[in-house]
Every structure is written in C-alpha cells, then in structure tokens.
Ligand binder design. Structure first.
Ligand code: ZN
Ligand code: ZN
Ligand code: ZN
Length: 192
C-alpha cells in the first residue's frame, strides 16, 4: 500500500531515535528496561541501537481490537535494494547491479508483533490496576528471593509475602474470568 510515497522523515523502527523500544510496551517496565518480551528481536534492535537508512513511506500506529493505540511511527515499506553479482560477459567478469524488492519495517514489525496489547493485558479502571499489581508481584517475588537467600524462607515475613502474592494472583485469575484481562492482537494501522 502507498509504496513509492516518500515521507520527509526517515524510517524510525521501534522509536530508535526517540527513546527506544521501551515505548512498545507502553512504558510498563519502566525506563530501566527496554525488554520487548515475545517480540523476538535481535539484541541490538531490542536495545534501541538500531538505525534504518530508509526514508519512511508510511505513518502507522499499533492499534488493538479495543482501540488502544501506540505511538505514531514513520516506517519504510516495500522498497528496492540493489544486489550485486558477478556475471561472465564475453570472457570478462562484469559486476551486475540488480534491484530486488525487499520488505520494509512496516512488514517486519507487523510480522513480529505477535504479543498482545499491554493495556488489555494489564488493564486499570474501576478500582483495579493490573499493571501495578503485576509490578507488585514482581517486587514481592524479589523480596521473597532475598529472604530465601538469607535462609528466612520459614519466617513470618516470608509467609506474609507468599500470602500477598497468592492474593494478587487470585485477583488476576478473577480479572481473566471477568473478561477484564485479555490478550488483544495489535495491528499496524495507517494514520494521516
Ligand atoms: Zn482488547
Ligand atoms: Zn526501515
Ligand atoms: Zn488494548
């Protein structure tokens, strides 16, 4: 779609030039982490060190079935790249440059983005905040790990933490049962 149209901006996959892929996860994991679970990205891409030399052709943003949207991204789409090969012509090897059509970041990102919408996975609303709950569980688990290392697994403190984790996991279970939490696929949708 729109192939051939060049925007003035350069292709900016994962926001490499504007803060990195942490934005992909809606900031859920905080600035200390650029993890992109389930996206199966090369390490340098996941760390946001990647640059794309292509000019952008499409303005798109991730949109889930419930209408949550991500940042607008300028991406390259299908484009021609030149491949070089040697060919024997009249007894001499001549270098042949041929254009081949390659996928752009639009197609690459769409193909990889199998993970669901973070806000549908960790919703917040009338008295619940599953993103906060998720972070709290992680924090409790870290504390529990520490107590375990200190040989305090059987302590009252550790028992309290285990209880808190159990309660939160139950709240997740009920969130899933009530349909509050769901996995929602995201698609790249063009914006103007
Ligand atoms: Zn949804
Ligand atoms: Zn690109
Ligand atoms: Zn959503």
């Amino acid at each position: 779609m729109m192939a051939g149209t060049l925007l003035l901006e350069r292709c900016n996959p994962y926001g490499a030039e504007t803060g990195g892929p942490r934005r992909v996860m809606a900031g859920l994991y905080g600035p200390g982490s650029a993890v992109t679970p389930g996206m199966d990205l090369p390490a340098n891409v996941a760390q946001g060190e990647w640059r794309c030399p292509q000019q952008a052709q499409v303005r798109v943003r991730m949109t889930c079935l419930c209408g949550h949207t991500g940042r607008v991204m300028n991406l390259c789409s299908w484009h021609e790249e030149f491949s070089e090969r040697g060919e024997m012509v009249a007894g001499v090897i001549r270098k042949i440059r041929e254009p081949i059509l390659v996928r752009g970041h639009m197609e690459e990102i769409q193909r990889r983005q199998s993970s669901g919408c973070v806000r549908c996975m960790y919703p917040s609303g009338n008295g619940y905040d599953f993103a906060a709950a998720h972070k709290a569980i992680e924090a409790y688990q870290n504390q529990l790990g520490y107590l375990n290392e200190m040989s305090m697994w059987r302590s009252r403190q550790a028992a309290d933490l285990r209880q808190k984790i159990e309660d939160m996991v139950k709240s997740f279970d009920s969130g899933i049962a009530r349909g509050l939490i769901h996995r929602c696929p995201m698609r790249l949708i063009p914006v103007s």
